[in-house]
Design a protein around this ligand. Structure first.
Ligand SMILES: Cc1cc2nc3c(=O)[nH]c(=O)nc-3n(C[C@H](O)[C@H](O)[C@H](O)COP(=O)(O)OP(=O)(O)OC[C@H]3O[C@@H](n4cnc5c(N)ncnc54)[C@H](O)[C@@H]3O)c2cc1C
Length: 447
């Protein structure tokens, strides 16, 4: 009779306490490991911005038992595409009459929230003590300046190194881990777009509501939670949704980065509100009224992206989230993929009985994630340029198909690898994600 080994608890360093780092901490805790999260800023430092969580991440969050409605998030129900100057409805992007709704008939949902609310939910969950699971310890104000993938270890500004069994770099778009893993610098490049992000309190919009109370289409927008308006005009896209139990309105404004605003790829930059308001002079007055009511200037982000990396790991260092797969925000997949990364991490690192299993397990993580994030990155570039979208969509589908048709099938074989048992529910979750992309690629490709 063979001996049955007990699972061991690894010490894992997670670098970065953003959406990805917090999700990775939950995943590792659930897989029974002892986690230390090093974050260079304080716990509450983050951009005042909204975020849409797509159904592929919602499945992971639900698997973790998180109650998104209780956290004030709204399920996305209807999406209108409107002309920014006239408010004429051009299309229904989501909702009962839309194409997407018909496809999405298995009860999956997208949720509307703010970055702060999502991070608070994730942090509370990461810190929860659960009998039989691992632990998470947060160290705020600690900046990692270098990585050693072999020991593995991280270095801090004072020159000290801290070792662990595994290092997971979730240190965002300017990650220092990419160079260590790839062996060369490969920074995300500007896409030519800027994003301005704004949160406005519902109570600050009373005068605007009063002004438009006789316009049913507009006044409905204030009352219908779960509705998104995508307004287009003059190369500008304004996305508007409501969150935090209806108390907050979130706006993402995506426009050409024409140098008028000095945008940066971090969350500390703000733009001049008056310059911003002037930019909307030719839009429907509703938008100027809304933006005028904001008590703060919009946050300003330079939208950057990079070609998909071929691997997420080197020795006992791996990177996840924006560090691994920065992408434009057009499909709301950046944070969503970060949560999916963590879902996969949990599956792959659960039930490990010896440290010597780590290289094999990380190889499986690679095979699971590379096709998924590569397709998400490629798909997210399509809307970047409205002028040749159809050709670019066809090109991107061709690229994505390479992962799922023909020769490049190694990632699928890993799912039925006898030497390592994936827990069946999570395994089906991962297979489902892969299957979903295959279905979309095949259908769109043949249509
Ligand atoms: C305009 C815009 C709209 C978006 N909308 C959506 C959306 O609707 N849905 C969606 O899913 N995604 C969206 N995204 C993308 C999403 O915001 C990112 O993908 C997500 O925040 C990535 O999370 P992360 O934890 O990997 O990185 P970050 O959020 O950048 O977090 C990295 C963390 O690491 C810390 N850190 C960095 N370096 C170090 C270091 N050396 N040592 C210690 N700590 C360090 C940072 O302080 C930070 O807390 C949008 C992005 C933009 C720009």
């Amino acid at each position: 009779m063979g001996s049955i080994s007990s699972p061991i608890s690894l010490h894992v360093i997670v670098v970065g306490g953003g959406i990805c780092g917090l999700s990775a901490a939950i995943a590792l805790r659930r897989a029974g490991h002892r986690v230390t999260v090093y974050e260079k800023y304080s716990a509450d430092a983050d951009a005042g911005a909204g975020i849409v969580i797509c159904s592929n991440a919602v499945r992971v969050l639900r698997q973790w038992g998180l109650d998104l409605e209780r956290a004030g998030m709204f399920q996305h129900k209807t999406g209108y595409i409107v002309n920014g100057a006239t408010l004429k409805v051009l299309n229904v992007a989501f909702g009962e009459d839309s194409r997407l709704h018909k496809r999405n008939d298995d009860g999956d949902a997208m949720y509307l929230t703010t970055r702060q609310d999502l991070k608070m939910l994730l942090r509370d969950e990461a810190e929860r003590a659960v009998l039989g699971e691992g632990t998470v310890d947060f160290r705020y104000g600690w900046e990692v300046v270098d990585y050693d993938p072999e020991r593995p270890a991280v270095k801090f500004g004072d020159g000290t190194w801290v070792e662990s069994d595994l290092v997971v770099a979730c240190d965002g778009i300017r990650s220092r881990a990419t160079k260590v893993i790839c062996g060369y610098e490969d920074p995300a490049q500007p896409t030519g777009r800027s994003a301005l992000r704004l949160l406005i309190r519902d109570e600050d919009l009373e005068a605007v509501k009063e002004r438009y109370k006789d316009n049913k289409f507009i006044s409905d927008r204030f009352h219908h939670d779960g509705t998104i308006w995508f307004a287009h005009e003059h190369e500008r896209l304004v996305v508007w949704w409501t969150c935090r139990f209806g108390k907050i309105h979130a706006f993402d404004v995506i426009m050409p980065d024409d140098g008028k605003y000095l945008s940066k790829e971090d969350w500390t930059a703000k733009c001049d509100k008056q310059v911003f308001l002037k930019d909307f002079e030719h839009w429907h007055p509703l938008y100027r009224d809304l933006f005028d009511a904001a008590d703060e200037a919009p946050m300003l982000w330079k939208v950057c992206a990079r070609e998909p990396l071929k691997t997420l790991r080197k020795d006992k260092l791996c990177q996840l989230g924006d560090a691994l797969h920065p992408m434009p925000p057009f499909r709301a997949q950046g944070g969503t993929q970060s949560i999916e990364d963590a879902g996969a991490l949990e599956v792959v690192l659960a039930g490990i009985t010896d440290k010597s299993e780590l290289p094999h397990r990380l190889a499986i993580l690679d095979k699971l994630r590379v096709p998924r994030y590569s397709c998400a990155q490629l798909m997210s570039t399509v809307r970047q340029d409205d002028r040749n979208m159809e050709e670019r969509f066809a090109e991107v589908l061709k690229e994505c198909r390479k992962w799922f048709d023909g020769e490049a099938q190694s990632h699928r074989e890993s799912l039925s690898d006898d030497s390592f048992e994936l827990s069946s529910d999570v395994r089906s979750g991962q297979s489902r994600e892969l299957a979903e992309v295959v279905v979309v690629v095949r259908r769109e490709g043949s249509g």
